[in-house]
Design a protein around this ligand. Structure first.
Ligand code: GLP
Length: 275
């Protein structure tokens, strides 16, 4: 198992609006850990960061995650758009991952799910949405073009991310290299299992996905990782404390240092030392 030492400890536990670094940490090198008391507060903090970023850079590129964790975050963004206090109409949205060979019309598609839960209700113009090219005839060439698309958009200004139950980020499964780029990779059995409900026959569950790479994600100028619930407490601890093993891809996000804010509800933070 390959690992490196924690680059600089992690930030102090603070509530929304007062996050910062503890005095005895390397200020400027450590991620900020923001612990809030509810799922709603986590969702709002992430929406605040999007709003802040977009108000400074209205045409910037952001990533949004899939999974159940961001549902409250999406609802909050949509609420603000409907209220006229947030404008994402000029923002470029980059998707993070998709099952290989799966199109948005497929019942298990992550892209289709994102369209229903966020992109359509948020009225993001279609020409500003960048889909992971998971149905391309030549997936490797298409993945390289996706990287070029990100560069052409000026790079990712803000990456909003979730954490999988096995520590994956987007679909960077355990073993993913911290400098990996957008690519096709094999899914773990655990991740296939997460998807099992959509398929009558186990053999039909996709075995591969295309994902934005960890290195691509780490290139973002600002990163926000949102995690909620007691079921993720142990993987959150492994991602944020101790060594950075290759089998916990989330732990490599620490390389972003002060560009990363981890927003946890109290349950997700409950296994961290000092909690
Ligand atoms: C999926 C996605 C990830 C997501 C993760 C967490 O596997 N590929 O991008 O972060 O699940 O999902 P949930 O929020 O439902 O736990």
């Amino acid at each position: 198992m390959t690992s490196v030492e924690h680059p600089g400890g992690f930030g102090s536990f603070d509530n929304v609006g007062t996050s910062g670094h503890s005095g005895n940490q390397e200020v400027g090198a450590a991620p900020t850990i923001t612990v809030v008391d509810s799922y709603e507060a986590m969702s709002q903090r992430a929406a605040d960061i999007v709003a802040e970023t977009v108000s400074r850079h209205p045409t910037c590129a952001i990533t949004v995650p899939t999974g159940s964790t961001p549902l409250g975050f999406f609802q909050e963004l949509i609420r603000r758009i409907d209220a006229g206090t947030l404008d994402l109409s000029r923002t470029q949205i980059f998707c993070l991952d998709e099952y290989l060979g799966t199109s948005p019309e497929d019942v298990a598609s992550l892209t289709g799910w994102l369209q229903r839960e966020f992109l359509v209700p948020a009225r993001i113009p279609e020409e500003h949405i960048h889909y992971v090219p998971a149905t391309a005839d030549d997936p490797d060439a298409a993945a390289a073009r996706y990287e070029a698309e990100i560069r052409a958009a000026g790079g990712i200004e803000l990456a909003v991310l979730g954490l999988g139950p096995n520590g994956h980020v987007a679909f960077n499964e355990p073993g993913s290299a911290p400098d990996s780029r957008t690519r096709v990779l094999d899914l773990t059995e655990e991740s296939r299992e997460q998807n099992a409900a959509y398929y009558e026959n186990r053999a039909e569950i996709p075995t591969q996905a295309m994902t934005m790479g960890l290195g691509t994600i780490l290139g973002a100028r600002r990163l926000v990782l949102i995690v909620s619930g007691a079921a993720k407490a142990e993987i959150v601890r492994q991602a944020l404390e101790g060594p950075m093993p290759l089998d916990v891809p989330g732990s490599w996000l620490r390389l972003a240092g002060e560009r990363l804010e981890v927003v946890l509800d109290t349950e997700a933070a409950s296994a961290l030392s000092g909690r």
